[in-house]
Design a protein around this ligand. Structure first.
Ligand code: DGT
Ligand code: CA
Ligand code: CA
Ligand code: ZN
Length: 594
């Protein structure tokens, strides 16, 4: 067998390259006649029964193909020789590799891409065009562009979400909501009694590759699963079926997310739950431990190695871990990062719980870009059982959020104090601000104003493209300001949408620890920033930590749980997090004001 070479390219690859060139030329505003010749050649490449790579050197035969003239024959020969087309590569360099991805969005053609390019919505310097577009939509920068009505913009936004889901991973909140919908449907079937998410969703990972759901009950007993399988397969949210077996049904839901539903008898439910929760690395290490102890561990049971018919444990996870000489541990810890040893030695940390959070100190109101009033936020805080909240609207540099200038900030503080008084001690409402860190690290509001608020969060919201050195110096300078008490969403990422900005996180965390500036874990499911790994680092460095919902709507305070799961993944305890303390303890834990 020869080594694969470019001449083994199939006709579809020829067609794709020609089609992409046509798209790029259209974005470039090239002559429509020339564009059409590329599209016709692409179609011809797709249709012909002749193998282009085999006949590329034979010009007369190429020219016999309908839709291929002299100039396109030369292009095909170029592709056969080099695997690409110079025109395409030049245009791609000019407009950025991201535009091809952009064209895969529903309803998105070269004309729209050209429109976005001319309007500065996308730039060739950034290869994440889909991400740039998503940001522009969120920021309202498409409003007013030709052919961009509210309906069209909404269609694009949804198209991006769908595309992302089918292209890869899915955010934890989106996966969680889908899992709950499916579980509610499954539990309506007589004979399905319990449905539990396993896999990365159960481990609380910030994004999920596919959904693993386990179901059990009398209808899930082997050889009697037929009706239950049919019921699963008729879930109304199914987009397409992947596989339907005796105890497993796999499908895609509308948005492209894959779901694996497994039907299991109760006797082996614990073993299955343990196995399908993973992670793979945790399971591998656990199986090795089992082998050393003379057991074999599978998705069905923990059994004796010398006689696999002797089952040691299988019904619950607790029994399995106990038989392996271990304590049961939270799924969030199961990444083979030392949890097996800790558990075996009885040294598992007492992980933070959602119920231990006493306050939420980052949220926005109608004063800037929030949708609820101060009162509504306070009432929502009460419903969460909190002892305190802080209102922290944006500052003036973020004009598109209607950020506060000094005068409005002072007025806002007065209004917050009024609501605080009206709550009569049922909940404390602190005055605060999310002050913007300007490009050079200066803060967006005067110290005299910051001095009047309990909670000053400093965050980066602009100029994400700065170099690592610039950005690190910028954030360092910001936290040197003695009024800054919390560093907000420290890396600025938006999951599946915007990468974290370049930052020497270690250096920033070290300095924050020295200064006593608390670092935020932003529990908003689109941020979850610092990530689990950086949270661990923050703890090692002795940072004070705070977890916040960053709500822009009273309904979002309840999303704190997504963040708590990341804290668990970083092995944090209530002691590590300032807002598990009561109001006085929380304030005392913040950096002292000058
Ligand atoms: P994901 O879906 O990419 O977010 O991540 P997971 O962890 O949900 O991975 P997935 O869906 O491929 O598999 C679910 C669980 O099943 C996984 O966490 C552990 C278990 N598992 C899957 N394949 C293997 C394997 O080859 N060996 C072992 N020991 N466990 C496996
Ligand atoms: Ca999975
Ligand atoms: Ca899976
Ligand atoms: Zn922010």
């Amino acid at each position: 067998m020869g080594t694969p070479s470019r001449t083994e390219m199939d006709n579809r690859s020829f067609a794709r390259l020609l089609e992409e060139t046509a798209d790029l030329m259209e974005i470039d505003g090239a002559d429509s006649f020339r564009i059409r010749s590329y599209r016709r050649a692409a179609e011809a490449a797709e249709q012909t029964t002749l193998e282009l790579s085999a006949i590329a050197a034979d010009l007369p035969r190429l020219l016999e193909i309908d839709g291929i003239g002299k100039s396109m024959a030369a292009k095909i020969q170029a592709i056969a020789a080099t695997g690409t087309l110079p025109q395409r590569d030049e245009l791609l360099a000019r407009y950025g590799a991201g535009v091809l991805e952009l064209l895969k969005l529903p309803g998105m053609g070269p004309k729209t891409v050209a429109l976005f390019r001319d309007a500065g919505v996308i730039s060739s310097a950034n290869t994440d065009s889909v991400g740039q577009l998503a940001e522009a939509i969120d920021a309202g920068r498409l409003n007013g562009l030709p052919r961009m009505g509210a309906k069209q913009i909404e269609k694009l936004r949804k198209g991006i979400e769908d595309y992302r889901r089918s292209a890869g991973r899915c955010r934890i909140d989106v996966a969680e909501e889908e899992a709950q919908r499916i579980a509610a449907y499954l539990k309506k079937f007589p004979g399905i009694e319990r449905v539990t998410p396993a896999g990365s969703l159960r481990r609380g990972r910030e994004t999920v590759g596919d959904l693993d759901l386990l179901a059990t009950g009398p209808a899930c007993i082997a050889e009697q699963t037929g009706p239950a399988v049919e019921y699963v397969a008729s879930y109304p949210g199914i987009h397409d079926m992947i596989a339907k077996g005796e105890n497993k049904v796999s499908f895609h839901v509308q948005q492209g997310l894959q779901v694996d539903v497994r039907l299991l008898p109760g006797a082996s439910y614990g073993a299955a739950l343990q196995y399908f929760t993973g992670s793979k690395a945790h399971n591998v290490a656990l199986r090795q431990r089992a082998l050393k102890m003379g057991y074999t561990l599978s998705e069905w049971a923990l059994a004796r190695l010398d006689d696999e018919s002797v089952i040691v444990a299988s019904a619950t996870e607790e029994e399995i871990y106990a038989a392996l000489g271990m304590e049961w541990m939270a799924p969030e810890m199961r990444e083979n990062l030392g949890e097996i040893e800790c558990s075996a030695h009885g040294e598992l940390p007492k992980l933070i719980r959602l119920e231990e959070i006493r306050g939420d100190v980052h949220m926005h109101t109608t004063a800037s870009d929030g949708r609820s009033s101060i009162e509504e936020m306070a009432e929502a805080g009460l419903r969460c059982g909190y002892a305190y909240i802080a209102i922290t609207d944006h500052s003036k540099n973020l004009a598109m959020t209607n950020g506060l200038d000094e005068k409005r900030a002072l007025e806002h503080i007065r209004r917050i104090r009024v609501v605080d008084g009206a709550m009569e001690g049922r909940i404390r409402v602190f005055a605060g601000i999310e002050v913007d860190i300007l490009a050079d690290g200066a803060l967006d509001l005067a110290d005299e104003v910051l001095a009047q608020m309990e909670v000053v969060i400093a965050s980066v919201h602009t100029r994400f493209e700065q170099s690592r050195e610039e950005m690190t110096a910028r954030v360092m300078r910001a936290i040197e300001n003695p009024y800054v008490r919390i560093l907000g969403h420290p890396t600025g990422r938006l999951l599946l949408r915007r990468e974290p900005f370049a930052l020497d996180t270690g250096a920033v965390l070290r300095r924050a620890a020295e200064l006593g500036v608390a670092v935020e874990h932003n529990a908003a499911p689109e941020r979850l920033d610092l990530c689990d790994r950086d949270l661990r680092l923050a703890k090692e460095m002795g940072c004070r930590m705070v977890i916040n919902s960053d709500s822009h709507d009273a309904r979002n305070l309840g999303k704190m749980g997504y963040g708590v799961r990341q804290l668990k993944r970083a092995w944090l305890t209530a002691e590590d997090v300032l807002n598990t303390r009561d109001a006085e303890g929380f304030l005392a834990g913040l950096r002292a004001r000058p």
